[in-house]
Design a protein around this ligand. Structure first.
Ligand SMILES: Cc1cc2nc3c(=O)[nH]c(=O)nc-3n(C[C@H](O)[C@H](O)[C@H](O)COP(=O)(O)O)c2cc1C
Length: 187
């Protein structure tokens, strides 16, 4: 018994190769997200794609929505995806309390597909959300969620020196199973 490769191979790098991501592959990632389940099949996820090679102005404006630390490394990514969630249900305009849950499912699908294509994604919540809202001209019921760096993996040596250190010393850790399984606060 072993984990799916799309789970075990996935990680969030901070260095990306200069090579652009093929249009068909970007489309397939969105297609993977599209098929995620959601409460009332509301599909609350929305995506905007900023490609360095195709629309440098939108790409740079997206970079400017990141906090400095993230901007420093994310600028190596050829593609940035902006994710947004619709916080109300289509059928009755009530608050959709599962909206963030469901965009998480869509992101999970997207990441599995990305790994399958040898691509890597790094999600970021270190975002200036007011700026992102303004950039995308979002109405009140649409909430900016994250910006995701996407591309083929690059060399750590190509990163700015301060980030090289953070990246090379990074250790991937997880909570032990006992902490997340059958967890009871009363124990
Ligand atoms: C919603 C979300 C927000 C994140 N925000 C940032 C961020 O702003 N900057 C960053 O460097 N990493 C960010 N990360 C990456 C996490 O730190 C990373 O996923 C976690 O440490 C686990 O590492 P792994 O993805 O390599 O397994 C974020 C991840 C998620 C899912």
């Amino acid at each position: 018994m072993k984990l799916l490769e799309s789970i075990s191979k996935r990680h969030s790098p901070r260095s990306f190769d200069i090579q652009n991501v093929e249009k068909e592959k970007i489309e397939l990632l969105i297609e993977a997200a599209r098929w995620a389940p959601s409460a009332f099949n509301n599909q609350p996820w929305r995506f905007f794609v900023a490609e360095k090679q195709k629309n440098i102005e939108f790409y740079n404006n997206t970079l400017n929505c990141l906090v400095d630390f993230n901007r420093n490394w994310a600028q190596t990514a050829p593609v940035l995806i902006l994710s947004v969630v619709k916080t109300t249900y289509d059928h009755n305009n009530e608050v959709n309390k599962y909206a963030f849950h469901d965009i998480g499912l869509a992101m999970g699908n997207m990441m599995n597909q990305a790994t399958e294509l040898n691509l890597f994604m790094h999600q970021m919540a270190g975002v200036k959300f007011d700026k992102m809202k303004e950039l995308l001209n979002l109405p009140e019921y649409m909430e900016p969620v994250s910006i995701i760096a996407l591309g083929y993996i690059g060399k750590i040596e190509d990163l700015p020196t301060d980030i090289q250190k953070v990246e090379s010393e990074k250790i991937r850790v997880r909570k032990p199973i006992e902490e997340i399984l059958n967890y009871s606060p009363l124990k």
